[in-house]
Ligand binder design. Sequence first.
Ligand code: PLP
Length: 495
Amino acid sequence: MNNRLYGSLIFELSHPGRRGYSLPRNSFEGYSTHQLPASLRRADDAQLPECDELTVVRHYTNHSANNFGVNNGFYPLGSCTMKYNPVIDEEIAAMQEFSALHPMQPAETCQGALEVYYSMQTLLAELTGLSEFTLNPCAGAHGELTGLMVIRAYHNSRGDNARTKVIIPDSAHGTNPASAAVCGLEVLEVKSTADGLVDLADLKRIVEAEGTQVAGMMMTNPNTLGLFEKDIPAIAQLIHGCGGLMYYDGANLNPMLGACRPGDMGFDVMHINLHKTFATPHGGGGPGSGPVGVRQGLEPFLPTPRVVADVNNTMLHVETGEYEQALGSIGQFFGNFAVVLRAYTYILSLGRENIKLVGPLATLNANYIKEQLKDDYKLPIGSLCKHEFVFDGLADKSTGVTTMDVAKRLLDYGYHAPTIYFPLLFHESLMIEPTENESKETIDGFISVMRTIAREARETPDVVKQAPHNTPIGRVDDVLAARHPVVTFKQMNNE
Ligand SMILES: *Cc1c(COP(=O)(O)O)cnc(C)c1O
């Protein structure tokens, strides 16, 4: 492995005086930078790397080739749905007609883009059985916060200010309690049963004790174990009975597509992760889009600005201030429009018939992998899963090989690791989500490698414990990078 290609910083390749560009002479005599007032001029030259063009191009091209994404190989990251991003989605999102727009442009100059935006709001309402959507939130967690703010605004509008608590299952994604805290709500945790579903008896106990203070309940369905929460009608009845609202975390909407709708199950408010359910390359924190939908009666509380159509189907921006009960703005402008464009293209290119296949195929793929691997890996909950499922490490624990080791060994075989050590309900969680897009050959290849790793763990455990062997760098201390980030070259030199 050529360390120069993998290890170096652009600053380390710098040589004083080397140039990668040549600028024309300044033709504006008398306007050179030297006539800027001294107070605006820098005293020293900026410390920039000095490299020839080929060095720069090769440096960044080689770095980009070290990346692993869905376009490189299988990426079974559970809870994050690393979905295939059809090229047409990218082409549409990159179109000048969209990408060169300015968010402050008058509505009459961008009717096409606003129509896409408006149609997407309507499509999502139809897909989920809710009344109205805002596309403004920039991620799932941002959607959760927005949705909880809608719930608070609803209670406050009725003068019911005592509802300051929200019920969240212990299996929930970490963003749920975090969003509740940011919204100023106290979390009441409801336990899971041994089958991994919400414990109704525990929920009843909470509702009886705290019902008058409950703003609502947040639920993910299928939950983070990939299990369908079959008791939603009873749960919704309990929560509505005490005056609370039902919030649906739609990050796991995939397997529901075409099968059932959160609005029909009794949910009042929800978010969708467009970047999980409907394409868009993500990971590393963005970009995302977390549209929030509400049932009839809650529309007035949605944030502004909004895109609405008048009687002639002319698209209008409606700004903050025009809706008395609206939350106001929850971010900049209308959110991440390029993500909306990709999702819109994804939905329209599947069409009404094919979108119904998404859920069943995602579910089939996950169950197939689960059944093929359950002799080699410990399956704590054996029932039918939806689009993802969780192993609790290897079946044979005597070898000392951990989930971390398995994940690292997968990299040697050219597969991205599944989600590991989440959910927190098991010690050695290994959470696998294949998505509906993968072919049988790809899935069989993954199954065969997972079996090989299980065999290695029994026969030559050190090979797995010391993995990865074939990647540019081995195991990194990921805590160190978070605790002591070194983000400038200069600082590095000092240490
Ligand atoms: C990913 C995820 C979230 C958070 O979504 P972001 O877009 O990453 O903010 C919330 N809940 C569940 C179940 C998730 O999988």
